[in-house]
Ligand binder design. Sequence first.
Ligand code: AMP
Ligand code: ZN
Length: 117
Amino acid sequence: MGDCIFCKIAVGEIPAKKCFEDDFVIAFHDIHPLRPTHVLVIPKRHIVSLTNVGLEDEPVLGRMLSIAQKIAVEHGSDDGFRCIINTGRVGGQEVPHLHLHILGGSEPVGPMVSKVK
Ligand code: AMP
Ligand code: ZN
């Protein structure tokens, strides 16, 4: 676990606005929301990124996606939402503990990516 901020949130060492928890995952509100709904879903176990997953991680990866709809609807995204997993340097990942962004609200989230100039 070391100094991982999301591991600390998972064990309650750092406060977060948690909105879902089970044996595999925890979900909490992003501290700097980019849309009216912006929730992060993380595995409780420290996994750095999608670069570091194996077959043994399929249950937790499945759970991260299968609870996304429930979380989105509970937070005002009953007409769709977007899931993003930033991975590594090229993917723009800032926190090195795997996390799924759930973005939504009542208005469209917007273009998927902007053009690189
Ligand atoms: P990423 O760029 O995909 O690694 O996203 C990391 C996300 O974690 C950003 O959207 C941050 O706003 C969010 N974040 C960082 N620290 C915290 C925290 N203590 N509580 C909630 N969200 C956080
Ligand atoms: Zn961690």
